[in-house]
Design a protein around this ligand. Structure first.
Ligand SMILES: [Zn+2]
Ligand SMILES: [Zn+2]
Length: 708
């Protein structure tokens, strides 16, 4: 027994007391029969007697709402939850203890701020899915003796585990149900998940003994004294945790897919099998998720992009370099026009800068030191030996535009917008449709302003983002404010005063706009705080879109100045903002959100005219001409097909309006209107139809704040 803690009785230390940590402990009472104290995780014994409860250390637990409760030292988050309500105890999955996520069963030894995490909390879900990764690994170990494990993290949706099943063994899709069945058995066994600290030496010995060389490699990089393992049943994993108390928390499991993954992402190392899975606390949630996956497959922007002829990739042009086809270009141009219009209203000025820049530009900006090695390599001029880089971002160019004239405080804020195409190297394995590309166009702008103007500018950018989300039907979005780590101020550039002002400006701007934003301390870039927007699409998936970022670094590096009212030189503040992020990414999100059924004002082809027979092809062409006068994008389907077939084919192309024309329509200058979704609106005068359509488009193209 260790005298590792001091027990206090009546405010006086009791030196001959022993503190017994966690576990069952027997104390004999006066009648000499043992009493079992199993609920107590830490308690004190003096002269073989349990010391009066009052004599334990009590600790103060502060909850997120600011309330404080006292608990015995060594209390666990699960016990805290139980003390509040049985229901909470059933729902809680992990706990945030002083900002760190902990197991529910880990004793809390000191005063702490505790947030009980549930399924709805990202960290709660994370612990749940991470425990599920262990569960899958345990099942695999039983099914594939000799299997070796790499890493098995939780991801945004579920988890994966990288495994090496051994020479000649493959895990196929047909094996997934067997793995799931084994996982369910281990769930039924309700195995405890137990955390244990272990010395580096012992950890190496333990995992070498099992020939787990991937784990041994990981252990060798860890610092002694920080290493923990988690054990459930016969499975022990090297792991930082946190985890669920036992396997029975997991109710529904699905092994989703497998893929090849190089150990540590290095193609010179062995290729492992990455098994993806997902789990839920309710069967119903799993069913909903699987349904959503089916729907997501149908909405995959790569598939719809091909069907609607929006964009393409050519291996000859190069991977990750999208080719915008005429219809996709139509769509993109509409979006750009829409943004340009809003920007004009908010007093932005358009600029255009080249696709490359001198290497020195990026040395000055700091990008070269940070990203140079992992980016496209410099382009050399044949004669002068100059070095140019493909533009990875527009900001340095815009700083140089700022510097072309001496600026006064009267010129600020200066808002510079550019649909700037940038190039960033991505590994070929990372490329994905329009969402991960090597060349893309940002809907970029930089606002140069005085520190006093930051809040006002933030309010305006938030307005712009609101208008855009509303117009494009992204009603469901979240925002996150990323601030400095208050305990680590040295790592940030810029004066304390400016930081405080900017952080306050962001928080206040969000409050004034009624935007409930999550505040994350320590998530700010070293050069300034930021506000990020995530939208939820029609399937409930989250996409990171717009960012507003304050920057003190580039104005410093480029020595930007303005003359203040005091006639002195001052540094402006720079704000980067891109509501869409990039046109490519945004179009991908829009395709998946709408399943390719774009709103009328964005649809590349807004109407298709379907003559019932060849005889009316000429009239159909006249209709197109008339619609064009109203700036409506229309075309004729004059294939020699039955009209029913033409309707079906064009419906598949998600055309908003099909206009059927025959004898009656030709005689009366009319069209027979069939709206997307199969609603027949009957015969309408052509001119009336065109005017109405133009009005609808016009309204959408000119959204105002009042509409939101
Ligand atoms: Zn783990
Ligand atoms: Zn920028």
């Amino acid at each position: 027994m260790k005298f590792d803690r001091m027990v206090v009785k009546n405010n006086k230390p009791v030196f001959d007391a022993v503190v017994v940590p966690i576990g069952l402990f027997f104390v004999k009472n006066s009648s000499n029969s043992p009493i079992i104290y199993h609920k107590i995780t830490t308690f004190a014994v003096q002269n073989k007697k349990l010391i009066n409860k009052d004599s334990y250390y009590m600790i103060r637990i502060t909850f997120p709402d600011g309330s404080v409760r006292e608990y015995e030292k060594g209390v666990t988050a699960l016990e805290i939850a139980q003390s509040i309500s049985q229901r909470l105890a059933q729902e809680v999955l992990a706990a945030s203890v002083n900002g760190e996520t902990w197991d529910l069963t880990r004793p809390i030894e000191e005063d702490a701020t505790v947030n009980l995490l549930k399924w709805e909390d990202d960290e709660g879900k994370h612990a749940y899915w991470h425990s599920s990764a262990h569960l899958m690994a345990e099942a695999l170990q039983k099914l594939y003796p000799g299997i070796k494990f790499g890493i098995g993290p939780a991801i945004e949706n579920g988890f994966y585990y990288d495994v090496d099943p051994g020479e000649g063994v493959t895990i196929k899709e047909t094996d997934f149900p067997v793995i799931e069945k084994k996982m369910m058995e281990l769930i039924a066994a309700r195995e405890e998940i137990v955390r244990q600290s272990i010395s580096k030496k012992d950890a190496v010995a333990m995992f070498s003994g099992r020939d787990e060389h991937y784990k041994v490699e990981l252990i060798n990089e860890l610092e002694d004294g920080t290493i923990t393992t988690y054990t459930q049943g016969e499975f022990t994993d090297l792991c930082r945790g946190p985890h669920l108390p036992n396997t029975s928390y997991i109710k529904a499991v699905k092994v989703l897919s497998s893929a090849g993954a190089y150990w540590r992402g290095d193609e010179k190392r062995p290729q492992l099998t990455r098994l993806y899975g997902i789990t839920f606390p309710k069967k119903k949630l799993l069913d909903e998720y699987l349904l959503m996956l089916e729907e997501a497959k149908k909405r995959d922007h790569r598939k719809i992009g091909k069907e609607l002829q929006l964009f393409a990739f050519s291996p000859t042009v190069g991977a990750g370099l999208p080719l915008w086809l005429p219809k996709g270009t139509q769509l993109r141009m509409r979006l750009e026009d829409f943004l340009k219009k809003i920007q004009r209203e908010f007093d932005y000025e358009q600029v255009i800068t080249p696709h490359i820049g001198h290497k020195q530009l990026y040395v000055t900006s700091g990008h070269y030191a940070k990203y140079g090695k992992d980016s496209f390599q410099p382009i050399h001029t044949p004669e002068e030996g100059e070095e140019f880089l493909l533009k990875p971002m527009n900001c340095p160019h815009h700083c140089e535009i700022y510097k072309t004239f001496p600026r006064s405080y009267k010129d600020l804020p200066l808002r510079m917008a550019e649909f700037g195409t940038v190039y960033r190297y991505e590994q070929s394995g990372e490329l994905h449709g329009l969402t991960r590309v090597r060349g893309f166009t940002q809907d970029d702008a930089h606002i140069f302003c005085t520190p006093d103007q930051v809040k006002d500018e933030f309010l305006k950018v938030v307005d712009i983002i609101f208008i855009i989300f509303k117009a494009l039907d992204f009603e469901n979005f979240e925002a996150q404010i990323s601030l400095r780590d208050p305990n680590n101020r040295e790592k940030y550039i810029g004066s304390d005063d400016n930081w405080e002002r900017a952080e306050r400006a962001i928080v206040e701007a969000c409050e004034e706009k009624g935007l409930k934003a999550r505040v994350e301390l320590g998530e700010a870039a070293f050069y300034g705080p930021k506000l990020d927007f995530m939208v939820k699409d029609a399937l409930g998936r989250r996409w990171q879109l717009g960012t507003i970022q304050v920057d003190y670094n580039l104005p410093e590096r480029f020595e930007l100045e303005y003359t203040g009212a005091d006639n002195q030189k001052h540094r402006p503040v720079m704000i980067h903002r891109a509501p869409f992020g990039s046109m490519e990414r945004f179009v991908a999100v829009l395709i998946e959100h709408t399943a390719g059924k774009f709103p009328l004002w964005l649809a590349p082809t807004q109407a298709v005219i379907l003559p019932v027979s060849e005889k009316y092809n000429d009239y159909a062409k006249r209709v197109v001409k008339e619609l064009k006068r109203f700036d409506i994008r229309a075309e004729v389907d004059d294939r020699n097909e039955k009209v029913g077939r033409k309707i079906r084919d064009n419906e598949l192309k998600r055309i908003p309006y099909l206009l059927i024309v025959g004898e009656k329509e030709a005689e009366n200058e009319a069209v027979s209107v069939r709206k997307q979704g199969g609603v027949d609106q009957g015969s309408v005068n052509l001119r009336t139809f065109a005017e109405e359509m133009a009005r609808e488009v016009e309204k959408m193209m000119n959204p105002t704040l009042e509409q939101i």
